[in-house]
Ligand binder design. Sequence first.
Ligand code: ATP
Ligand code: NCN
Length: 228
Amino acid sequence: MGIDNIVDESFIINQKKLKKFGDKCNNVKIGIMGGTFDPIHYAHLATAEFIRDNYKLDKILFIPSGNPPHKKGNITNKNDRYNMVLLSTINNDDFIVSDIEIKREKSTYTIDTLKDLKQKYKNIEIYFITGSDAICDIETWKDVEGNFKLANFIAATRPGISLLKANEKIKDLKDKYDANIESVYVPSLDISSTYIREQLNKHKTIRYLVPELVQEYIYNKKLYSSGE
Ligand SMILES: Nc1ncnc2c1ncn2[C@@H]1O[C@H](COP(=O)(O)OP(=O)(O)OP(=O)(O)O)[C@@H](O)[C@H]1O
Ligand SMILES: O=C(O)c1ccc[n+]([C@@H]2O[C@H](COP(=O)([O-])O)[C@@H](O)[C@H]2O)c1
């Protein structure tokens, strides 16, 4: 089966997961893994899975950012980034992909997403998962206080980011905003999308850094200069 057919199939499977989730969505705890995912890699997936298990979350909602205002430089087409997230989650019933931000025409801010989710799914408790790098920058986000009112935050340790600095920041945020944030140790995977893009630019391997289907998609669509 060609990669385009697998994308179509993963879209259908995800629609079924979304429907089932919506039907049963009462009093559930969900994790949100938001990201630019340019491209999605194994550290995103492993972090989400580790936190799902440790916090006994019912599902993880992956939300690729549509138009992230904070990311500098060229970003890959949002449909390609969304398709790669679909392919990565095809075999996991607990991982669901939301296109809520992909469909938004304007800049995508987390506060709008949290409000939309609270409106759509009544009675959900949200755990927003970030790497410890993202938590250190959270005061630059739109309506930081509003975000803390609508969700709990989990800051996953990330190689290269000082745990001491992250913990100091978390303490500061708790004091200042009465925020519910926890720092969680996650087994380290020193992978970033930047590194994967660099590898591809140099025509070097990305095998075992991203799911096989994502690798196939990247080569098939000639993303990140992989086809030149
Ligand atoms: N290796 C990692 N360990 C823990 N968290 C991570 C890791 N990589 C990314 N994250 C977290 O996943 C979320 C989405 O990250 P994003 O899509 O920007 O990936 P990235 O690898 O940081 O990308 P880039 O290198 O392009 O900045 C962020 O909260 C980020 O902190
Ligand atoms: O809402 C904001 O102002 C905001 C600013 C920066 C990042 N975020 C969110 O944080 C998540 C991780 O972002 P990133 O840039 O590390 O991919 C993703 O869901 C973004 O939408 C949100």
